[in-house]
Design a protein around this ligand. Structure first.
Ligand code: TRP
Length: 340
């Protein structure tokens, strides 16, 4: 998989999604756009469908996870993540990841896991309290194994994942200092827009908060969602001066509209008064549909042949398993558990 115009470096790129639902614009700006850029730059790129991680809070919903394996893979393929440049694989099919997780669990304390801000936030959002499934509480440990089985060191993720990667680095460091230098240091790569708010203006776009625009949404769905978007509640008449800060329509125009000058002009007009919400919303509908319509069309085309999608995953999983076996051999030697 090497090509002349790819940088000759040691970087190994790995990322993944939980197959709990279709992916949305937050995933696009947070991580997918970087996946597209990195696969052109580096010859070792991995994309994981993190089904085992998705099951940590969906144990009672195996059908949901199973069907979304296909959905998140389709989303990535439709955006242009390319299986000839990126190895697509399924987490649970690489059993060495589970094995490595067991070894890593010895290197982490319960107190440290409970302090992880990402886990804390997610536990709160899901209302878990003390009744959290242990697998869920420990997902940063298995995520360290997701990354380190491939010795990956460049991880494109959304900003909410930073504490998880920090903990993965602690685990790698602890392993290396106890047993010898096996694992690299991990570096996160955050998208240009680290956190995209939802259409309701809440801090984060999220399927479970019901405030997401999906990469597979139709033009009608986009229209409906943009028309509901949170703007400036005190901007009642078009002639009133309006606020641009915290106004979701302008945050999205900043993120997705290529015509920066036009956006600057619109902001000025809006602040002065004389520009109605419908005008800026109509513009945003076009901007978003221009981004999403080619993704949606490619997705519809690819979805006609699910067998082909499963073949892509199967092929990539074989490659991931090969690497995993090599790493686990080294791990066992380092840990002195290479008996026979
Ligand atoms: N936790 C990530 C998310 O919710 C998904 C994920 C699983 C992941 N394993 C990974 C991301 C390894 C990067 C690297 O988005």
């Amino acid at each position: 998989m090497t090509s002349k115009n790819k940088e000759k470096t040691e970087k190994i790129v790995l990322t993944g999604d939980r197959p709990t639902g279709r992916l949305h614009l937050g995933h696009y700006v947070g991580s997918i756009s970087n996946r597209l850029m990195l696969q052109e730059k580096y010859s070792s790129c991995y994309y994981m469908v993190a089904d085992a991680q998705a099951l940590t809070d969906n144990a009672e919903n195996p059908d949901k996870i199973r069907s979304n394996v296909l959905e998140v893979t389709l989303d990535n393929l439709a955006c242009g993540v390319d299986p000839s440049k990126t190895v697509f694989f399924i987490q649970s099919e690489v059993s060495e990841i589970a094995e490595l997780t067991v070894f890593f669990l010895n290197l982490v304390t319960l107190a440290r896991l409970k302090r992880n801000p990402t886990v804390k936030d997610e536990m709160k959002q899901k209302g878990f309290g003390e009744d959290v499934p242990v697998g869920f509480l420990c997902y940063p440990v298995s995520q360290a194994a997701d990354i380190l089985f491939a010795k990956a060191n460049l991880i494109p993720v959304g900003a909410d994942q930073l504490p998880v990667l920090e903990q993965a680095n602690e685990i790698a460091h602890k392993f290396n200092s106890l047993y010898g230098a096996v694992f690299p240091k991990i570096e996160a790569l955050i998208g240009e827009i680290a956190r995209l708010p939802g259409i309701d203006g809440k801090a984060k776009m999220s399927k479970s908060l019901g405030n997401a625009i999906f990469l597979s949404d139709s033009r009608e769905e986009i229209e409906k969602k943009v028309m509901q978007m949170y703007t400036d509640p005190s901007h009642i008449h078009a002639s009133d001066p309006g606020k641009v800060e915290g106004n979701v329509v302008f945050i999205y125009l900043d993120a997705f509209d290529y015509d920066k000058k036009e956006v600057a002009d619109l902001k000025e007009k809006y602040q002065k008064g004389g520009l109605g919400d419908v005008v800026i919303k109509k513009r945003l509908i076009d901007v978003l549909d221009n981004l999403i319509s080619p993704i949606r069309e490619k997705r519809e085309y690819l979805a006609k042949d699910p067998k082909k999608i499963m073949e892509i995953l199967e092929e990539g999983t074989k490659q991931a398993c090969k690497i995993a076996k090599e790493t686990l051999k080294e791990v066992r030697q380092a840990m002195k558990i290479d008996y026979f």
